[in-house]
Ligand binder design. Structure first.
Ligand code: SF4
Ligand code: SF4
Ligand code: SF4
Length: 206
């Protein structure tokens, strides 16, 4: 178990679906053309005769007891000392076992290197005192980042104010470390209308 636990908190009431975060992440992390570490699922819903647009940023949730880790045959997927799930690309053989095991479907295979990628919580930046690129670039400051157990952090305070924050797909029964404000309110509407996946600009479900 990690000594410390990094966490991202995303306030869906602030996200406008502009994808500045998705693009900043691609630039920072040198992501290949067809892949995204983070993207926005957007959909419209009706409530009290008004139409609203929901925007939900998606990425690796850095789950505790993540199922993507034990299936890795080489140990390339591992838990870091700051509570993140990372991939050692030197050890990755691109077998795709972790891609299949992740219920959130946030991992991708780099066609140039045959190794797996996903959100790292910007490991190089955040272990050197910087914020993740997606947090720094968010135009509305919808994203917050810090240690859960640091009582002075924004994340810690927001988790306390919001009953721990909402977990994406609670039915997966994973303890995630990306938490949301406003997600529970949207769950009855998700999937009732077309969902546009921001990063790839394509419709993924109806
Ligand atoms: Fe692993 Fe998927 Fe959880 Fe990320 S979201 S830690 S890739 S199971
Ligand atoms: Fe991308 Fe870093 Fe944000 Fe993860 S934390 S989605 S790697 S910018
Ligand atoms: Fe939402 Fe901020 Fe990303 Fe724009 S930059 S899509 S407001 S999280």
């Amino acid at each position: 178990m990690a000594d410390k636990q990094l966490c991202m908190f995303i306030d869906l009431n602030k996200c406008i679906g502009c994808n500045a975060c998705s693009v900043a992440c691609k630039g920072e992390n040198d992501i290949p053309e067809a892949a995204w570490n983070t993207w926005i699922d957007s959909f419209d819903y009706e409530e009290d005769t008004n139409i609203y647009r929901a925007n939900i940023p998606m990425q690796c949730n850095h789950c505790k007891d993540a199922p993507c880790v034990p299936v890795c045959p080489t140990g390339a997927s591992f838990f870091s000392e700051v509570g993140t799930v990372l991939v050692d690309t030197e050890a990755c053989i691109g077998c795709g076992a972790c891609v299949e095991a992740c219920p959130y479907k946030v991992r991708w295979v780099n066609p140039d290197t045959n190794t797996v990628g996903k959100c790292t919580f910007c490991h190089e930046r955040t272990t050197n005192g910087l914020l993740p690129a997606c947090v720094s670039s968010c135009v509305t400051q919808a994203r917050y980042f810090g240690y859960m157990d640091d009582e002075s952090s924004d994340v810690s305070n927001l988790l306390a104010e919001n009953n721990g924050g909402d977990i994406l797909h609670k039915e997966f029964e994973l303890e995630t470390h990306v938490r949301y404000k406003g997600l529970e309110h949207l769950k009855d509407y998700y999937g009732k209308t077309s969902v546009l996946r921001g990063g790839n600009i394509k419709e993924i479900s109806k």
